[in-house]
Design a protein around this ligand. Structure first.
Ligand code: FES
Length: 104
């Protein structure tokens, strides 16, 4: 688990192609980090609550990621899924001097 007030450096933003996501393992937990076309980054847990699809491999757009397996959508801000009862954990993330910093 990520402790309170902990920060984890994930390396340069450039390692994530614009418009795509990438999976990072942080303290044993898979986290999908996305870089939107506008340059903003977002982070949600990588594991889709439907059947475990890798959200980091999903398509992003309109503030959401689309699971590559069955197309359920998850909001980057709230983690809320398009299907009733499905949601993912959302992580606080920011960029500083071209580096990705995950916070909690
Ligand atoms: S595993 Fe993600 S929608 Fe089915």
């Amino acid at each position: 688990m990520i402790g309170q007030n902990s920060k984890v450096l994930l390396g340069p933003v450039d390692q994530i192609p614009v418009g795509q996501g990438r999976c990072f393992v942080v303290h044993g937990r898979e986290i999908a980090v996305f870089r939107s076309r506008s340059g903003t980054i977002f982070a949600v847990e990588n594991h889709c609550p439907h059947r475990g699809g890798p959200l980091s491999e999903g398509v992003i757009g309109d503030g959401k990621v689309v699971c590559p397996l069955h197309g359920h959508k998850f909001d980057f801000q709230t983690g809320q899924g398009s299907e009733a009862g499905e949601c993912v954990a959302v992580f606080k993330i920011r960029q500083e001097q071209g580096q990705i910093i995950l916070e909690k």
